[in-house]
Design a protein around this ligand. Structure first.
Ligand SMILES: [Zn+2]
Length: 87
């Protein structure tokens, strides 16, 4: 299982997504829409489902760290494509 580094210690993906969403008042970091919590383990079921983004992609050396992460809605995530995302 993949872990992300938060101020409180390692979190798995779903816990980190919720933690980031709370920090952003459940708003998408791009369009500001109200984020929804994905149902089940896979995100992206609905356009407003929260997804984790890396500011600096992992492929470019970005860390799985709180400071390098933000949550966006699935619609923005999908629109940006793989180049800007590392998930
Ligand atoms: Zn958005």
């Amino acid at each position: 299982m993949q872990f992300f580094t938060s101020p409180e210690g390692p979190l798995h993906r779903a816990a980190m997504r919720r933690r980031l969403a709370e920090a952003q008042n459940h708003r998408c970091c791009h369009c500001g829409c109200r984020l929804t919590e994905p149902r089940g383990t896979r995100s992206g079921n609905r356009p407003t489902d929260a997804t984790i983004e890396h500011a600096l992609p992992r492929s470019a050396g970005g860390a799985d760290d709180w400071l390098n992460l933000a949550v966006s809605c699935h619609a923005c995530n999908a629109a940006r494509g793989d180049r800007m995302l590392a998930l």
